[in-house]
Design a protein. Structure first.
Length: 261
């Protein structure tokens, strides 16, 4: 596959040493998770989608844009899901140290730009402060990638607000890329809150939020409407999001930069 030429792990040490564009080409690292996604989806949704995004991004990049791919961080900080079997989790300290180790070595090899593509919300707060540390410690340009895309078709407001785990979006993605791993007969609709609920305290997307574990807000482990997922929507959304990520990487490779968070 032509895109394998972008993968650092497929290169020899001599090839990495000889790369001419290490000062400008971003190195992509995916941070994912292995955790429960309800009864209908596999544990590897987040880790799998990181590799889907990398594959689709490389396909979408213009031929004259340089970027490289580092090995992924597959297991993330998923302690919010430990009440359900199948979840693996590392601590925030371990996630931070893994990123530092990758960045330190990339810097020693001569790379000057690191871009993290995160597929698990539980990693985000750790990534933000760790990338700031990396920027200061190694003098690298660092970015937490955002695709910046408005989905078409749009998610319903209820789903967009409270469908944040194993719901319509993730179910549609998996139906599009790995339907053999999806058990739609086990899909459910369960929300941790409703738009019409009284008060302002919610688990997410509200004026006041609280710390939560999945087993506290969902009997099934699903937060969203998994029954609404379709392969057609998943395919369209993946194409749109991959294009958004690719455009961002082109910008980075050409010297553009945005805030970490």
């Amino acid at each position: 596959m032509k895109s394998r030429a972008h993968y650092l792990s497929s290169m020899s040490r001599a090839q990495i040493t000889a790369l001419p564009d290490k000062a400008s080409a971003p190195v992509l690292v995916t941070t994912g998770a292995i955790e429960q996604h309800g009864a209908h989806l596999p544990l590897a949704v987040d880790a799998l989608m990181g590799q889907v995004w990398i594959t689709r991004i490389l396909e979408a990049l213009p031929g004259d844009v340089s970027c490289y791919v580092a090995p992924p961080i597959t297991i993330g900080k998923s302690n919010e899901h430990v009440g359900f079997p199948g979840t693996l989790t590392i601590s925030k300290e371990t996630l931070r140290l893994q990123l530092h180790a990758i960045a330190r070595q990339l810097s020693a090899w001569g790379f000057r730009q690191l871009a993290v593509l995160n597929t698990h919300g539980g990693n985000t707060s750790v990534l933000v402060y760790t990338l700031r540390e990396i920027e200061g410690a190694y003098g690298m340009r660092v970015t937490l990638l955002k695709h910046g895309v408005t989905l078409n078709p749009a998610l319903p407001t209820q789903e967009a607000t409270y469908g944040f785990h194993a719901g319509e979006l993730e179910t549609s993605w998996l139906l599009a890329v790995a339907p053999q791993w999806v058990r739609m007969e086990s899909a459910v609709c369960e929300y941790p809150a409703r738009l019409e609920d009284a008060g302002e305290l919610r688990p997410e997307a509200a004026p006041a939020t609280f710390a939560w574990a999945s087993q506290d807000v969902s009997a099934s482990g699903v937060m969203g409407d998994a029954t609404a997922g379709t392969a057609e929507k998943g395919g369209r959304w993946i194409e749109q999001i991959a294009a958004g990520y690719a455009a961002r990487i082109v910008e980075l490779a050409n010297g553009g930069r945005r805030r970490i968070s």
